[in-house]
Structures are given as structure tokens and as C-alpha cells.
Design a protein around this ligand. Structure first.
Ligand SMILES: NC(=O)c1ccc[n+]([C@@H]2O[C@H](COP(=O)([O-])OP(=O)(O)OC[C@H]3O[C@@H](n4cnc5c(N)ncnc54)[C@H](O)[C@@H]3O)[C@@H](O)[C@H]2O)c1
Length: 354
């Protein structure tokens, strides 16, 4: 693994690997090769410059073998063994959230860089343990997969806020809409799996922590499975008093949509509106709506991975959200789950940052 100069980032698949010395590619193992892990394995194998996918590992042995065969890489049946394998330089963790603490702590002990899918862990207490362990090590090793920070729209909106051209931000109005949910999706997962992204986006755009949250569950759609509180309406307050509302609606039946509107003192801005070609014909007028997050944020995932690998190559290991961001999101989401249960506004206290 190289710790020398950072090569120029390129995402053109035809030229992506030019200029990278094969002997100095970062050898990456992907842990958990379900939906996200397979997508990331493909990204590493075909697109990310400076990376070499060398192994996959999943508790589902048949799946591990099938994905390993597809990419022509090693199948490692024990995910913990994959973390400590001497032929593996860096890890992508795409297992379910409840497994992240164990695997991330093991990777920290092994001194290996990690890109861990969100959530960092499923509770503030366990995320805090990772924050403290990394602080003890004295160097950053863990990046958290909040890919929206690599989306061009969010980057533009953040730059606009930082420029001050529109004055101070007052409101963020967010909508997060999904076509359908997987089987057994429960009401708390709207917060833990979906709104977690809006929590991170709020912190990324405003540069402020979230200090309070309230979740309101209005009448549910008949399109949601029995018992699922969908949609929900979330209100967050930041340190300076910016109000952020999120409509989270995960059984819209027709497509995927994530949009954010900024209202500031002297101007407004919107991102995430349907874009691209608009057609006009006897069938009517209109464009298309992304079917899922992989389509909507495909370019963001590509950029996230390229910048992560470049950071691993140049020895900084993290170029994006780190463990504190994962911890803060976990703390706000835990407060949101409490609010969903009680209907109360819940304050968030992150405690001191190590
Ligand atoms: N950033 C995003 O937009 C985004 C989107 C979807 C999912 N995710 C996150 O990605 C992660 C994976 O989600 P998914 O939808 O791919 O789930 P999935 O269920 O499709 O895949 C998870 C895989 O992990 C395997 N697994 C379970 N326990 C394991 C363990 N201890 N060690 C190794 N493998 C194990 C399972 O067998 C399965 O193959 C989750 O943390 C999820 O929140 C992120």
C-alpha cells in the first residue's frame, strides 16, 4: 500500500487505472456482500482507481463464494479473519449495522483503514466507544458511508451557505421518499435507516450540531404494511436555532426522491428536484424519477470511494465523514426514536469530543 503522492482522481472507467502502479494498489476486502456490498465490490473492481478488490467475506458462505467467483477474488468465510488477513490493506464494511462495532474495533486494533457503511453503529454508546478507541490510537482510520456529502447538489448548497451570499440559514425543508420498504421494516427504521442521512446532511450543510429533535407520526398511508408508521414528520433544531423539517415517506409506491430546500435571510435554494431530460408528446409532458438511491446517488458513491482510496494511498485514511459524525448521527437518531415513542421533543447532548 502506498503512502506516497496522491494521484489525480479520475472516474473515467477507461482511464481510471492508468498512472497507478499495480504494486502499490490498495488491497481491499469487502465484508458483507448483500445489496450494498456487491455494489461496492463492483465499484472497487471496475471503477475505483488505485484500488484492488482482493477478497469478499460474508457469513452467508454460499453468497461469499458466488460473489468471490464473480469478481475472481478470494472468498474468506470468517469476516473477522478477513479483517486481520495480512494480504488485506483496507476494509469496506457493508454488513448490517448491529455487526459494525465489533468489526470496526477489530480493524482499529489491526491498524487498518475502514470505510464503514452507515450507521457507524446502532447506538450512541457503541459509537462513542469507537470514537474513544480511535482517539486513543491518535490517528483517523474510519470513514463513515454518508455518501450524500459527495453529491454535487449538497456540495453546492453547502458552499452557498458558507459563502454567506444568502445570509444566515433559517430553515431546511427536506423530503425523503422511497417507493417501498423491505419486509419487516419497522417504524423506528424510518429514523435509523433513512432520516439518519438527513441528520448528517443537516450537520454537513450548517456546520452545527443538532441539539433537539421531535418526531410526529401523522395518519399512515394505506400503502404501508400493517403497523408501519409511514410517513413521519421530523423537526430538528441546530445550535444556532436553524429549524430543519423532514418529511420521511417510504412507501410512495412510485420512486425515489430526496430533496432539500434552504430558506436563508436573503435568499432560497433547492436541490434534488427532478432533473435531466423533459419530454413532451401525445403521452404528456414530463421527465423521469430515479427508482432508488443507487440511481439517485450513484455518482456520489463513486466519488466517495475514489476519495477514500486516494486518502488511504496518501496516508490520511479519511476524506469525508469520520467517527464523530457517525456518533453524532447515532445520538440524534436515538433521540428521534425516543421522540417517536413519546411524542415529546428530546434534547441531544453529545458530551465532550475527545
Ligand atoms: N449509504 C447508503 O445509502 C446505504 C443504503 C443501503 C444500505 N446501507 C447500509 O449498508 C449496510 C448493508 O446493507 P444492505 O442493504 O446491503 O444489507 P443486506 O442485508 O442486503 O446485506 C448484508 C450482508 O451482510 C451479511 N452479514 C450479516 N452479518 C454479517 C457478519 N457478521 N459478517 C459478515 N457478513 C455479514 C449478510 O449475510 C448479507 O449478505 C447497512 O449498514 C446499511 O445501513 C447504506
Amino acid at each position: 500500500m502506498s503512502t506516497s503522492s496522491t494521484p489525480t482522481t479520475t472516474l473515467d472507467p477507461d482511464s481510471a487505472r492508468q498512472g497507478y502502479d499495480r504494486d502499490r494498489l490498495v488491497r481491499v476486502a469487502v465484508l458483507g456482500v448483500g445489496m450494498m456490498g456487491q455494489d461496492h465490490a463492483r465499484r472497487l473492481a471496475t471503477l475505483t482507481a488505485g484500488a484492488e478488490l482482493v477478497a469478499v467475506s460474508d457469513v452467508d458462505v454460499a453468497r461469499t463464494d458466488a460473489v468471490a467467483q464473480e469478481f475472481g477474488v478470494r472468498a474468506i468465510h470468517d469476516p473477522r479473519a478477513a479483517v486481520t488477513d495480512p494480504e488485506v490493506d483496507a476494509l469496506v464494511i457493508a454488513t448490517p449495522g448491529f455487526t459494525h462495532e465489533d468489526l470496526v474495533l477489530l480493524a482499529l486494533d489491526a491498524g487498518k483503514p475502514v470505510l464503514c457503511e452507515k450507521p457507524l453503529t446502532t447506538s450512541p454508546e457503541t459509537s462513542r466507544r469507537i470514537v474513544e478507541r480511535e482517539a486513543e490510537l491518535g490517528r483517523q482510520l474510519v470513514q463513515v458511508g454518508f455518501m450524500r456529502r459527495f453529491d454535487a447538489g449538497y456540495q453546492q448548497l453547502r458552499a452557498l451557505i458558507a459563502s454567506g451570499d444568502h445570509g444566515a440559514p433559517l430553515f431546511l425543508h427536506c423530503a425523503h421518499r422511497n417507493a417501498t420498504t423491505p419486509p419487516n421494516f419497522n417504524s423506528e427504521q424510518l429514523m435509523l435507516d433513512s432520516v439518519v442521512h438527513e441528520v448528517d446532511v443537516t450537520r454537513y450543510l450548517t456546520g452545527e450540531e443538532v441539539v433537539a429533535i421531535r418526531v410526529i407520526a401523522p395518519r399512515s398511508t394505506a400503502q404501508a404494511p400493517e403497523g408501519l408508521r409511514d410517513p413521519q414528520f421530523v423537526i430538528m433544531e441546530t445550535e444556532s436555532g436553524i429549524l430543519v423539517d423532514v418529511e420521511i415517506f417510504v412507501n410512495t409506491t412510485f420512486g425515489y426522491e430526496v430533496r432539500t430546500e434552504l430558506v436563508a435571510e436573503r435568499g432560497q435554494a433547492r436541490i434534488g428536484l427532478p432533473e435531466g431530460m423533459v419530454t413532451q408528446s401525445a403521452q404528456g409532458w414530463g421527465g423521469s424519477i430515479p427508482k432508488d438511491f443507487k440511481e439517485r446517488f450513484g455518482a456520489a458513491y463513486d466519488t466517495e470511494f475514489q476519495r477514500w482510496i486516494d486518502a488511504v494511498r496518501n496516508g490520511t485514511n479519511v476524506d469525508g465523514p469520520g467517527v464523530w459524525d457517525g456518533y453524532a448521527a447515532a445520538a440524534v437518531c436515538a433521540a428521534g426514536v425516543r421522540s417517536l415513542r413519546t411524542g415529546e421533543r428530546v434534547e441531544v447532548d453529545l458530551g465532550p469530543r475527545p
